[in-house]
Design a protein around this ligand. Structure first.
Ligand SMILES: Cc1cc2nc3c(=O)[nH]c(=O)nc-3n(C[C@H](O)[C@H](O)[C@H](O)COP(=O)(O)OP(=O)(O)OC[C@H]3O[C@@H](n4cnc5c(N)ncnc54)[C@H](O)[C@@H]3O)c2cc1C
Length: 388
């Protein structure tokens, strides 16, 4: 018998990691609930397009029996990437090619969430449940939500993302500031309001580089453009800058100064953005470790947040879900603690390597010679990227 047979599993967070875990456990007949702080599936704009890798994300989707739904929802052609300098001169245009299209298909975050939600039994996700604290409740755990409600479970999985509130119940180790802060924005109806940039994107992505800064711009299937800028700033910049992110005009003004001398195409993005999100980027310590608990574990960004510059986050979250499901459903572990320990040991080793690679690319993207180093990398991805 597996360690969670006849037990109740609670997952906190309805992101890609939490939802695919719920699906995999339900397929094996396990009772699962997912508690999500969003008010409803459509309450929040879902961010940019995600590349799904064959050996990780797609493997989990396949095992969850969702390949047909994925094939109906992914966006062929969205893997196209253009690198430009700050003057919008094209340095490299990578159309992906047939192999890349097969191995790293792109899907918008909203359709990915919908297809995962559609795969679950009705009412699996309990919306408007913001996790607040965890209380032992022998033999299980009680989840206390911000609205005062409580739920009990035998096993709890923290899938509550980059700012996980559950992480501290597993480990005191905290992610470390990466040195880069992101400002995120979305422009709706891009074909009308930014026709030139929309045509240039042609359904794909642009990364503009210069002055040790970046702008990643992504065309989405609904006609909007999602983008995020990257800046080398102090960790506390959000508090010390005096810029109030609830006042978009202040952010626009600051972005105008930061990117002065850059091509007006990029300025058009800022001018058409109604709301901005400030996201200082954190990364796990590469050597993080902790002792496994019998009934609580972490997956996805809650376990191993890192900056987005290697495009691995969602893939690792889904691979975690697959490997955790395999351990919890295996009858070769005598109890929950040993199943969780086996999952966490392999998860930490795999994601430490990804974190090191991600930090290397975070530095390269924001280095003085980012353009030449990245052009060389995209032309010969197997070659080591030149160091400064
Ligand atoms: C700007 C940007 C661009 C990115 N681009 C890429 C990319 O191209 N490719 C890629 O692979 N990755 C990318 N990532 C990373 C990727 O988004 C994450 O790694 C991935 O979403 C992690 O999935 P997750 O399920 O662990 O967490 P999330 O997707 O963050 O989901 C966590 C869920 O938990 C919920 N939640 C949070 N707190 C609570 C609470 N207290 N109570 C209840 N619910 C809660 C949230 O509302 C959310 O629904 C990017 C990230 C950023 C910031």
């Amino acid at each position: 018998m597996n360690p969670i047979a006849n037990k109740k599993v609670a997952i906190v967070g309805a992101g890609p990691g939490g939802l695919i875990l719920a699906r995999l456990l339900q397929m094996a007949g396990i009772t699962v609930r997912v508690y999500e702080r969003d008010l409803s599936p459509t309450a929040r704009v879902q961010g940019a397009t995600l590349n799904i890798n064959e050996e990780s994300g797609l493997r989990a989707i396949r095992r969850a029996g969702l390949m047909n739904a994925f094939q109906a929802a992914y966006r062929p052609g969205a893997e196209k990437l253009m690198l430009t300098d700050k003057g919008a001169n094209i340095l490299l245009a990578d159309d992906g090619g047939p192999d890349l299209a097969q191995q790293r298909p792109e899907i918008d975050r909203g359709p990915l969430r919908h297809l995962l939600l559609d795969s679950l039994f009705p009412d699996t996700v309990v919306w408007n449940r913001r996790f607040a604290s965890l209380v032992p409740n022998d033999p299980g755990l009680s989840l206390v939500f911000q609205d005062g409600t409580r739920e009990t479970a035998d096993v709890v999985v923290a899938a509550d993302g980059a700012n996980s509130r559950l992480r501290s119940y597993v480990t005191p180790l905290r992610p470390v500031y990466s040195g880069v802060t992101v400002v995120e924005g979305t422009v709706y109806e891009a074909p009308t309001v930014l026709p030139r940039l929309h045509r240039m994107l042609d359904g794909g992505k642009i990364c503009a580089l210069g002055d040790e800064k970046t702008i990643f711009i992504v065309a989405k299937g609904d006609g909007s453009i999602a983008y995020y800028t990257g800046h080398k700033l102090d960790e506390q910049w959000g508090q010390t800058s005096g810029i109030d992110f609830d006042h978009p005009g202040q952010v626009r003004h600051w972005l105008g100064q930061e990117f002065s001398g850059w091509h007006p195409l990029w300025g058009g993005l800022f001018a058409q953005t109604a709301a901005f999100a400030l996201r200082p980027q954190y990364c796990i310590p590469f050597d993080q470790t902790w002792d496994a608990l019998p009934n609580l574990t972490l997956l996805g960004d809650a376990a191993h947040v890192m900056p987005p510059y290697a495009g691995e986050g969602v893939n690792m979250a889904m691979q975690d879900a697959l490997e955790l499901a395999e351990c919890l459903l295996s009858d070769s572990f005598p109890d929950g603690r040993s199943a969780i320990a086996a999952y966490e040991t392999q998860m930490r080793a795999r994601t430490a390597a990804a974190a090191e690679e991600t930090m290397r690319f975070t530095d390269i993207f924001h280095s003085p010679d980012a353009a030449s180093r990245l052009v060389k990398f995209f032309q010969a991805p197997q070659e080591p990227v030149a160091s400064q």
